[in-house]
Design a protein around this ligand. Sequence first.
Ligand code: 5GP
Length: 205
Amino acid sequence: MDFKKKKFLIVLIAPSGGGKSTICKKILAQRDDVEYSISFTTRSPRGKEKNGVDYFFIDEKIFKDKIKNNEFIEYAKVHNHWYGTSSKIIKDIINKDKYAILDIDIQGAEKVKLQNIDMISIFLIPPSNKVLTERLKSRKTETDEQIAIRLNDAKIEISKCNDFDYLVVNEDLDKAVYDVNQIINSEQFKSFRYVNALKDYYCED
Ligand code: 5GP
């Protein structure tokens, strides 16, 4: 017998090369109580990305209409493209009694934090600047110039690492995934998240 607990948003934040999407995918593969919040974006699909799986790929006109219609809980321009989190998608996940996990940029995370939404924010930090530099270089997906831009952006993002609820050092991937799981597991027991503990307690069924 488990008492009913309210589900919340899990917002992952990290600089480029911080391992955010890898950790997010691992969490999703390990738990069926967590669902990915698929964002809308104006950028084009890359590689094997699929519409409705990785993102909803839309044009700028539709994106702007969605802003006007208040369809996003947050949106931001990242690397020259628009990205937004849909309120409806989040609501649907929570209504399914699942945690919604968001892989969004730091501006988006800051905007979600300002709202009256039950959420936890987890900043994933590489173990050192040296390691981050090596990781970005070894991906071989960016030019030297792009790496320099990302490192500069990372410096600004990392300066805000203490602004979020949790800070997890991502040195060993499995350990970082374990730590994020531990955070989710303990957050769920916060007393205010029990919908009606006494009713559940006195319920005879
Ligand atoms: P990418 O284009 O590489 O998939 O993502 C670029 C950046 O945009 C990443 O930091 C990713 O987390 C962020 N991002 C993805 N979806 C959203 C969103 O809905 N809102 C915001 N603010 N950022 C997003």
